[in-house]
Design a protein around this ligand. Structure first.
Ligand SMILES: [Zn+2]
Length: 157
């Protein structure tokens, strides 16, 4: 089972990066601290936060609530900590909508022709679509840029 996450607003960008890596990352941006804890426990999600206050919570001390306390200030350092401490990989990368966290499904180019730019239609063959927002994804240059960013984050000290 791949771990599922819930991301606090103070590290909100990490929700997108977890989704890029294909992980289920809930990001309830208006949730209170108590709601975050309740959702994490109810949905068996690991909480990712920069708020050290969570470390003092009873549910964390008792080991009921799993959490990662993010130390680094910068995004790259945060990604590095995430990848290393949670043993993340890209095996299921690009399988989830970056906007809504829903799994993507393969879709025929013909079915989404009106949603993709001409040059993409000419050069790409593999497409997937979000079942919720209908956004269409393909392995373009932004994918390789994101993979490079993850690799860099993981290499630096
Ligand atoms: Zn979507």
């Amino acid at each position: 089972m791949r771990p599922k996450f819930i991301v606090d607003v103070n590290v909100g960008r990490l929700a997108t990066w977890l989704r890029i890596m294909g992980y289920d990352a809930a990001f309830p941006r208006t949730a209170s601290d108590n709601e975050l804890v309740r959702l994490a426990l109810k949905q068996d999600r690991l909480l990712i936060t920069r708020d050290s206050g969570f470390l003092l919570r009873r549910s964390v001390r008792l080991g009921q609530l799993r959490m990662l306390y993010v130390v680094a200030d910068d995004l790259r350092g945060q990604l590095r900590q995430l990848i290393r401490e949670l043993h993340l990989n890209l095996d299921n990368g690009f399988s989830r909508c970056l906007r809504c966290n829903e799994p993507l499904a393969p879709v025929d180019k013909a079915a989404v022709a009106d949603q993709i730019p001409d040059y993409v239609a000419r050069t790409q063959t593999v497409f997937s679509q979000c079942s919720s927002c209908r956004r269409v994804y393909w392995p373009g240059t932004h994918w390789s840029n994101m993979i490079s960013e993850l690799a860099r984050a993981n290499q630096e000290e």
